[in-house]
Ligand binder design. Sequence first.
Ligand code: MG
Ligand code: ZN
Length: 181
Amino acid sequence: MPAERFAFVDRDGTLIEDRGFVHRIEDYAPLAGAADALRLLIEGGYRIAIVTNQSGIGRGFFSEAQYAAFDAHLRRDFEARGASIEASYHCPHTAEDGCSCRKPAPGLLERAVRELGASLTQSFVIGDKPSDMELAARAGCRGVYVLTGHGEAQRHNLEGPIPVEADLRGAALHILRRERV
Ligand SMILES: [Mg+2]
Ligand SMILES: [Zn+2]
């Protein structure tokens, strides 16, 4: 039986540098240790999916096709380093659209349940914004906050007892430590 445990990983500021509406391949910059972190999680029995808000599409800054090309580049690069990302879910809407998939709304994770058989109670959300942690709470996942990207600057907006780690590698080690207790 395939593992239903997922690490739902935010993209900008968690996996790659958040340079603001990143969509050009030349702006692709994976964070140090990110591929190692995903590999550790995979070895620990987790499957990996990206969950990302991409309002740059809704605002007309870039197209779905540009998003998809960038996503394919990112996943090829991680795959080449032993860190296979099974799925990538994105919300293309703006906050004003009132959709059900823009984080912290849980729509993207509900898709992962339907399409990938994810078990939310056994899964984690890792991200650099308090809204990622709100997503985890609303979806019934556990959250791990990272200080890369916007993490350090927005840390004061975290609500409740949430584990905080320096980066994705710290988050992966945190999750795997929890497994053993
Ligand atoms: Mg982010
Ligand atoms: Zn949406």
